[in-house]
Design a binder for this molecule. Sequence first.
Ligand SMILES: Cc1cc2nc3c(=O)[nH]c(=O)nc-3n(C[C@H](O)[C@H](O)[C@H](O)COP(=O)(O)OP(=O)(O)OC[C@H]3O[C@@H](n4cnc5c(N)ncnc54)[C@H](O)[C@@H]3O)c2cc1C
Length: 495
Amino acid sequence: MGVRSGTDYLEGLRKSARDVWVGGERVANVADHRAFAAVARQLAALYDMQQNPLYADRLTGTDPETGERCGISFLEARSVDDIRRRREGMRLWAEASFGLLGRSPDFMNATLLALWESRDFFAQDGGHFAGHLDAYYRFVRENDLFLSHALVTPQNDRTKASHELGDLHLRVTGEVEGGIIMNGARMIATLGPVADEILMYNLPGLKAGDEDHAVIFAIPADAPGLRQICREPYTLDGSRTSFDHPLSTRFEENDALLVFKDVFVPWERIFCYRNVKAAAEMYPRTSIRNHTAYQTNIRALVKMQLATGLAMSVARATGSDTFLHVQQMLGECIGFVEHLKSGLARAEAEAERLASGTWRPALAPLHNLRIMMAKAYPRVIEVLQTIGAGGFMLMPSGADFGVSELADDTGKYYCGVNVSSLDRVRLFKLAWDLAGEAFGQRLVQYERYYAGDPIRNLAGVYLAVDDTDYRRLVDAALALAGDPDGEAQQVECAA
Ligand SMILES: Cc1cc2nc3c(=O)[nH]c(=O)nc-3n(C[C@H](O)[C@H](O)[C@H](O)COP(=O)(O)OP(=O)(O)OC[C@H]3O[C@@H](n4cnc5c(N)ncnc54)[C@H](O)[C@@H]3O)c2cc1C
């Protein structure tokens, strides 16, 4: 098939009879339901961009096997320039949603590519698993499918392993002819309700005894027995206007709990089976972290530029950008943006060539950026809240501008420095959608947690550090002291 159009994607959703629940209602057609239609259209617009001659060369490449065009994020890099081409495609998609769609299709495309590139790793329990992965990657790439994923066990009791929690967490409950049966729950499938397929793997942390939980597999989002229960949407009542909520009326990614009720998974969609060790080793032994962290930081850069740009615009609109402490806060935000740019450049400059001839961006700077974002994005939002202050609470509804009785007031009292009342209201509403509304708070929570628990991630950086250079310098500095009763020594610092 090659690259899909937005219409292909939406038609696919309409044809699919999935078990999705939102606000107490079972949704027959997610593509046109008010909880999902807006984001489904945004995703459709991304697919349309792939067919638009303005962007097609940057968003797609040639599938080496079929000779057809396919999304650039599906294609392995055979050089550092290829990595940079992937970046340009990912940036284009990220800019289309201002970096607010954390799980745009390229995120899971990059994930699947990483697993496919290391398919030999999955052969450890039998070559057939590598073959399954190979076939699945081609199926997804050739049909340009949109994947969601849910790695995390629900927070029922974090002091216990999954196998100690009875029938709560997702696990294999039986083998039948042609496949296995899965039961139990997993969180969080962002955009799961509007995905074509769900790829299931595990966050590191499974324990001995969790074998039934250590299964990597894929199923269609409309697989019989798969239920998705969504969190309360922010736009469900349909009363929100684009003027009042320009971002949340378009870019709200729904999140769902996945509940498996005797879901059949055929063997050909299983890539790892009852193997706790492999489920954990998948992270260090494939390029999954390199490829996903590259995509997410390209997206994060766009989101940080939007949030920082809004903070600057809000400050300029009231003249507060002339105050030293406001300038200092804005400088801090710009610094985060510069860190993102530098880290991406370093990941490319230190890109690694694997034995297979494929290239991947270096992980260390990307991982560091993801961890930084857990603090940097909430800080930028805090700066935006601090600069806009009470002004955010002052803004009237867009509807007030249409009332003739209010026209003198709405046209007068909201003006700012070189900005009309209407434009200042428009700006402050946009900023508050990002910085204050439930939609905006979810985006903060997303940056804190989408890559796992930031506390354990940071501890993991320490636990995995190559401390050679650190020790060398400390040892050299210690040698300066010499013996307690002797002469201080002059030491050369070994290069
Ligand atoms: C908006 C949003 C979208 C998301 N989308 C997706 C998605 O599409 N797919 C997906 O798979 N996941 C998704 N996630 C889930 C994300 O991966 C998890 O939130 C993340 O891994 C943290 O896990 P948790 O939420 O269960 O928190 P927990 O692990 O329960 O942690 C909660 C708190 O308890 C502490 N804690 C818990 N256990 C321990 C422990 N053993 N040792 C020390 N401290 C502990 C943590 O430090 C933290 O402060 C999303 C999350 C958010 C917020």
